[in-house]
Design a protein around this ligand. Sequence first.
Ligand SMILES: Cc1cc2nc3c(=O)[nH]c(=O)nc-3n(C[C@H](O)[C@H](O)[C@H](O)COP(=O)(O)O)c2cc1C
Length: 335
Amino acid sequence: MSVKIGNIDLGEFPLLLAPMEDVSDPPFRYVCKKNGADMMYTEFISSEGLIRDAAKSRQKLDIFEYERPIGIQIFGGDIDHMREASEIASAAGPDLVDINYGCPVKNVVCKGAGSSLLQDIDKMVKMTEAVVKASHLPVTVKTRLGWDDNTKNVYEVAERLQDVGIQALTIHGRTRAQLYKGEADWSLIREIKRNPRIKIPIFGNGDVDSPEKAANWSMEYEIDGIMIGRAAIGYPWIFREVKHFFKTGEHLAGPTIEERIEVCRTHLDKSLEWKGPRTGIFEMRRHYANYFKGLPDFKPYRMRLVAEPDINNIYSILEEVAEKFADYDATKVLA
Ligand SMILES: Cc1cc2nc3c(=O)[nH]c(=O)nc-3n(C[C@H](O)[C@H](O)[C@H](O)COP(=O)(O)O)c2cc1C
């Protein structure tokens, strides 16, 4: 059965690309979309930044037709400012607006934003209601299990946020206190799915990094879809591999060297296009190691790629990589 958020049809068991600061920008989203992401989110955008009209926040509102369906994610600690941010984000023309109640980072939490709201559910409910009312689009939420081990309150959160009108909920199976440590635990996510009061789609998130895990956890935890974050960084093929495994029960071969280089280059070109040459080249540097992860003796190439300021020289280094690894079977290198 198709999963729907409002009128947005995501197909059967959709795979979502997670919002990731400094990662889920349009160049990265382009390569994930090409490789099968069914729905994507922007990086989180500060409501304060949007209201101040800060250039950095504004730029993050950029979305493109081919990206649909796409959600703009906002965060903040002040209800009125979140209401305003909801209006600004909706006017940018996404398919939906998402609220971040999951970010564990100190300087977000200390402003009463992100996962901090898990300590004040009444305020979270009011904020959500304000964002829902201020937007003509469906509103979704992404959160964690709770603040810490003693306060895993996402069950109550799910009910109360559904009551004020959210249309889907993504749950990262960790508490705020866990940050990114330990293993994600999805058992509470299954409890929410089994709650007869819950009608909205529930997406599971946290630690999915292989087709097997995606298949096993989809059965075990009964969720409506999966959101993938870190496993897609430098490996956008994860989406098509999971889909292929779902469909056939068999593994799709991993990307060849040529394909790795082609997609890395596309990502680079899109970065230049969207960010301009200087920032585009600079910000692409964090991705090279991931695109070529697992290749033996890749380090010298990476060192050169991350130091090189000239685009034509970067292309030449990528060609050298193609030659050096021409006979290497990269399809068996795991993500
Ligand atoms: C570099 C990075 C940036 C992130 N930025 C955001 C963000 O802007 N908004 C958000 O809701 N979650 C953010 N997250 C959390 C991810 O969306 C996701 O919940 C988390 O990484 C767990 O999923 P995974 O194991 O598939 O990576 C970020 C995670 C990482 C690693």
